[in-house]
Design a protein around this ligand. Structure first.
Ligand SMILES: Nc1ncnc2c1ncn2[C@@H]1O[C@H](COP(=O)(O)OP(=O)(O)OP(=O)(O)O)[C@@H](O)[C@H]1O
Ligand SMILES: [Mg+2]
Length: 234
């Protein structure tokens, strides 16, 4: 296996500056080198304001670095056209956010189907929707609308929607942030199974110390810099 086969993301010297009126730019990211191994769960940890979301947005093709390069599957996100980033977001990537983002008038089933339609999923939708909702333990909640589900259940629908079109990678920014500890743990178990059973790559952020053990790789971020990298072999 080559470097690119092993690592779906290779980022070098990633900087992100935000303009501040009347002052020098503020560097939220100060030159990060990061690699995200394929088929593993990577956790970005760090205090509020350390730069986790800023980094996720850049490696997730939602934002562009001010300086530095980010290679996704061998393609340079920093220099490609916005249209190409859009293609990657739509077909190759999946997103889960803290504020779930399900469509309130749609059932769990329809929410997942919506994700498949957006990604022009070519295979059988019904089969894949049921399979994904089963994987997150909601096979018996297909027709529930978000309002009829708990926060954890809604988050699991959001995960089913994010994985349904078989993206290469899932980006999850504080996916357990709005959940109690136990429910958060069950979401982490779902992630772990997806990595193990579907071979998917997951990158997530959290500041919950109880969740670190789930990470195959854990990066520690402080004030816009990576200050540590731990690998867990289990
Ligand atoms: N659009 C923006 N304009 C100016 N400053 C920003 C912008 N987005 C983020 N920042 C600043 O960059 C720093 C990093 O923010 P970021 O959202 O990445 O932190 P975080 O680690 O995700 O924090 P949290 O755990 O609270 O979500 C913060 O100081 C923030 O105020
Ligand atoms: Mg954040």
């Amino acid at each position: 296996m080559s470097y690119i086969d092993d690592n779906i993301i290779v980022g070098e010297n990633i900087k992100r500056a935000f303009p501040i009126a009347g002052r020098e730019d503020f560097y939220a990211l100060k030159g990060m080198d990061i690699i995200i191994p394929r088929g593993r769960l990577t956790i970005l940890k760090g205090r509020s304001g350390s730069g986790k979301t800023t980094l996720m947005n850049i490696i997730g093709a939602l934002d562009v670095a001010t300086e530095g390069n980010v290679h996704f599957d061998g393609e340079n996100l920093s220099t490609m056209k916005e249209r190409d980033r859009e293609r990657l977001r739509r077909y190759e990537m999946g997103y889960v956010f803290q504020s779930v983002g399900l469509i309130p008038i749609m059932s769990a089933y329809e929410n997942v189907d919506f994700g498949l339609r957006l990604a022009d999923y070519k295979e059988n939708h019904d089969e894949r929707i049921r399979q994904c909702l089963d994987m997150v333990g909601l096979g018996d909640r297909l027709l529930h609308v978000p309002q009829e589900m708990s926060g954890g259940e809604q988050q699991r629908v959001a995960i089913a929607r994010a994985i349904a079109h078989k993206p290469k990678i899932i980006y999850a920014d504080e996916p357990t942030g709005a959940l109690d500890t136990l429910t958060g743990l069950s979401v982490m178990k779902v992630f772990k199974e997806l990595v193990e059973l579907e071979g998917i790559t997951i990158v997530m952020t959290t500041h919950d110390p109880n969740l670190m053990e789930f990470g195959d790789v854990v990066y520690e971020i402080e004030d816009g810099e990576i200050i540590g990298r731990e690998e867990h072999t289990n």
